[in-house]
Design a protein around this ligand. Structure first.
Ligand SMILES: [Zn+2]
Length: 689
């Protein structure tokens, strides 16, 4: 626990500064600052959020604009999920893990002083503010305050023990979110001074290793600041970052890394871990890089740059794609076998890249993918109570134990559930997944230079409420739904006074036959894979009801295997699980999970009409909707065992090429949501008909 006595004086002094300074040099985004109320303790939940900040000319605007943190707040099961996270490791990490504890370099201590403090804050800030949790806000405030009050005279931020650009890139992402939700007037001057320093320093001390390969995240914060201040030097800095950063767009224009990347290929045993070849094929770097084209297109104005994200996603799918929506990376790109893993950091970074790319490009396919990651890969790699996570998850995960197979470059702890299996980056970084997803559910649409055409877009779906300003009028929208477990989404639109604006609704590519009603009357829908646009004068209490048909369908994977999907959920056979504690780890523990049942099934499904071969049973959506015990959707299908398909050294061997024959008796097996099955088969051989 971060001790009160150690931090209180600083905090009190700062709060006093807030009140005394009069905040003259900055127009706060939030009215609440006018009363001198400090951000960390103000009742934010019901106050109208600040308006969206649009891309400032000469930037080429995105299709949509992000709403500031705090505009979209979770409700229903999503709020429950964030509460589970707060009650779990995210809410207590500093109490049990020294790397973000009181001796963190980002709190002025002598401990870990690189990426882990900023990683943790990047998720803790949105978690704390979306839950309006005073205790979590206070924990976040300590990191924020130390950073804001320890800027070096030359503008550098962070612990003086290193001057690596990379951890500062992460801290800036955390500070921008904090500024949006609090309006703290110290953030923008600090960023101005830091970026002036970076612009002056980069020619002599250029981006290197992680910073060079993750420059697009640096650019995000430069653009964020430019949109708020218009300082021309920021565009020079943007161009310099682009010039010094790795050329991801060239890498994917002629994609060469189509094979499983091995230690030998990288010459890792010769100490080449930070060489360009290793960093270019590194999973988390690629996950972060997916946003490069769209974010850079704001500066370059190039439509080719903007759409480059689609090429990147399709190349990764083609050579490394997995049925949980991820690409394999354990921790380098690892091919198509569903026994390969994906790193937890890559899941949350891929999600963040999609959130930003969807806003800029406006392509609904990016929303489909974002939902697939959020509702499958993210909860699938964490325990139900969010006290433990894996480093690597596998779609076909038949055992979580100490083993070397099948990882390309990771160690034997990689798929254990625990505090910091394999390496502690994910421990610090996983917290950003759910809160940033929740904050990204709705976006603002409209022209760059006027608010007269503004509207709202439901970009991805989950229960939430939005408080924002459209065309100068406060608008409140409530989204009620059990999506992704059910197909019905209800929106109640409450403008402060009758207001004409377009409400755009993403229709997923799988949602053939979607119906939309406004106040009970059928409205024009739109083709799957597009946005439906409802433009009308909205009056308080207007109701929009969307029904997405949730027919089971199949998708094709490695060796022509099949996976079952329904809506945005992927379904898996839940192998019997024997959880064995390996060791206690402070407030949590490291676990191995051993299979307690057979798992080597092939499915008997007619691919032309999969819905006829699969029975669907829905039950009430429980408080922990991704937990196995009360999985709210279960599917049943016919299957036979395939005896030659086995596991060796903790991992399932490559699937036999489908279709397969089997003389074993036919059985009915139950499939549950991917995330509910911590041991699972997701890609199945298909039986010969
Ligand atoms: Zn990681």
């Amino acid at each position: 626990m971060l001790s009160r006595s150690r931090t209180s004086p600083t905090r009190r002094r700062l709060l006093k500064q807030f009140t005394l300074a009069g905040l003259a040099s900055f127009t706060p985004a939030r009215r609440l600052f006018a009363s001198g109320t400090p951000a960390a303790t103000a009742p934010l939940a019901s106050s109208p959020a600040a308006p969206a900040v649009k891309d400032r000319a000469p930037l080429t605007p995105g299709a949509f604009y992000l709403l500031p943190l705090g505009s979209v707040r979770p409700r229903g099961w999503l709020k429950g999920q964030l509460q589970i996270q707060a009650n779990g490791l995210s809410g207590h990490l500093g109490e049990t893990w020294p790397d973000v504890g009181p001796n963190s370099g980002w709190l002025g201590g002598t401990g870990e002083s690189w990426e882990r403090g900023p990683y943790y804050l990047d998720g803790l800030v949105p978690l704390a503010y979306l839950l309006d949790d005073a205790g979590l806000k206070a924990k976040a405030q300590q990191f924020v305050d130390w950073t804001l009050t320890h800027q070096a005279p030359n503008g550098m931020i962070g612990p003086a023990s290193n001057n690596d650009w990379w951890p500062r890139i992460v801290m800036l992402k955390a500070l921008t979110q904090y500024q949006e939700v609090t309006g703290d007037p110290r953030v923008i001057p600090l960023m101005e001074k830091y970026f002036q320093h970076q612009l002056a320093e980069l020619p002599a001390r250029p981006l290197r290793d992680w910073g060079k390969f993750r420059w697009q995240d640096n650019l995000l914060s430069v653009v964020w600041l430019y949109n708020r201040t218009g300082s021309a030097y920021l565009l020079d800095l943007a161009r310099l970052l682009h010039q010094q950063g790795h050329d991801w767009l060239a890498q994917y224009a002629d994609f060469q890394y189509t094979q499983r990347i091995t230690r030998d290929f990288l010459k890792l045993n010769q100490g080449n871990g930070l060489r360009d070849l290793s960093l270019s094929t590194h999973g988390v770097n690629n996950g972060q890089a997916i946003k490069t084209g769209p974010v850079w297109s704001l500066v370059s104005g190039s439509q080719t740059d903007r759409t480059a994200v689609l090429k990147m996603v399709s190349e990764l799918d083609k050579y490394h794609g997995l049925p949980n929506g991820m690409f394999s990376c354990d921790e380098h790109l690892a091919g198509l076998d569903p026994s390969q893993g994906s790193e937890c950091c890559t899941v949350v970074e891929y999600m963040f890249s999609l959130e930003r790319s969807l806003a800029i490009l406006g392509d609904p396919a990016l929303g489909d993918r974002l939902e697939k990651l959020a509702f499958n890969a993210l909860p699938g790699t964490l325990t139900d109570d969010m006290w433990a996570h894996q480093y690597n998850q596998e779609p076909n995960q038949v055992e979580c134990s100490l083993h070397h197979k099948p990882w390309t470059t990771d160690g034997p702890e990689s798929n254990l559930f625990g505090l910091e299996p394999n390496f502690g980056c994910c421990t610090a970084n996983f917290s950003q997944g759910w809160p940033k997803f929740a904050a990204s559910l709705f976006l603002l649409s409209g022209a760059q230079d006027t608010n007269a055409q503004d509207g709202l877009a439901a970009a991805v779906y989950a229960p939430c409420e939005v408080r924002t300003v459209v065309r100068g009028t406060p608008v409140h929208v409530v989204e009620e739904t059990d999506y992704p477990f059910r197909g019905t989404v209800s929106l109640t639109v409450n403008p402060a006074s009758p207001l004409n604006f377009p409400l755009q609704l993403r229709i997923p590519a799988w949602a053939e036959g979607t119906t939309i009603k406004v106040n009970g009357r059928l409205a024009p829908s739109a083709a799957p894979g597009s946005f439906a646009r409802l433009e009308r004068t909205w009056r308080s209490g207007d109701r929009v009801e969307i029904v997405f048909p949730m027919k089971p369908r199949i998708s094709r994977w490695f060796h022509d295997s099949i996976a079952i999907e329904r809506g945005p959920l992927v379904f898996s056979y839940g192998i019997g699980e024997g959880w064995v504690k390996l060791r206690d780890r402070g407030m949590t523990a490291d676990w191995q999970v051993f299979p307690a049942t057979q798992w080597n099934y092939a499915l008997n499904i007619d691919p032309a009409t999969p819905e006829k071969s699969i029975a669907v049973a829905e039950t009430e959506v429980p408080e922990a909707p991704f937990a196995r015990r009360q999985a709210p959707v279960r599917l049943q299908a016919k299957a036979r065992m395939v005896n030659e398909w086995r596991a060796i050294d903790g991992a399932a061997n490559p699937l036999p090429q489908s279709p397969v024959a089997s003389d074993e008796p036919e059985k009915t097996i139950t499939l549950i949501p991917y995330a509910a099955a911590k041991l699972r088969i997701t890609a199945f051989p298909q039986l010969k008909s």
